[in-house]
Design a protein around this ligand. Sequence first.
Ligand SMILES: *Cc1c(COP(=O)(O)O)cnc(C)c1O
Length: 217
Amino acid sequence: MSLQDIKDRIAKAEKDAGRPAGSVTLIAVSKVQPNERVDAVLQEGHRSFGENKVQEAAGKWPEFRDRYEGIDLHLIGPLQTNKTRQAMGLFDSIHSVDRPKLAKAIARIAQEEGQCPELFIQVNTGEEEQKAGVMPSDADAFIADCLGMDLPVKGLMCIPPVDEDPALHFALLAKIAARNGLEGLSMGMSGDFERAIALGATHVRVGSAIFGERVYG
Ligand SMILES: *Cc1c(COP(=O)(O)O)cnc(C)c1O
């Protein structure tokens, strides 16, 4: 696979779903990938990237930002409260807002800094113990709390359980977003982004299908 193949598949999925061309943002998930591979994708003109660790992103993206204009960086992994300020300085979007303490920290720092990344609230649609995200039954109240703090909540994010049909989780996420008046849906990865687009994804997070398998060293 290559960047262009994935873009073509996204365009086809948009069309098949009767959605406007360009309505889905492709986030190229560059975690763990060697810098040469990331550089190659930047050279092809792509600008939206996702990382799951603050520390790793801090080590590689300032330099890419010096070299390329218009980079749009998304935090897609869990955020520890003590790294909130650093994350807000590094990322244009945070997809893992999942608890009141974190939401409050973001609101306080946004006040101080006069700016805030675009936010997605992570929902643990599979109610998995080891997974981050607010439980589906708590989602409406948490969304209302975040909006009440004037946080710029763009939408919701989920990571379906590996052993279940992701479509059920995508549909649940879309339903929670719709009843709360949220437009953004961050869902779909290398193996299921077309199904996510069929169910309304606005942001797909695709790593290995673009960059190749991640090699953990
Ligand atoms: C790693 C990761 C992805 C990308 O996974 P692939 O299967 O490589 O496409 C997407 N979302 C999150 C939250 C991730 O951590």
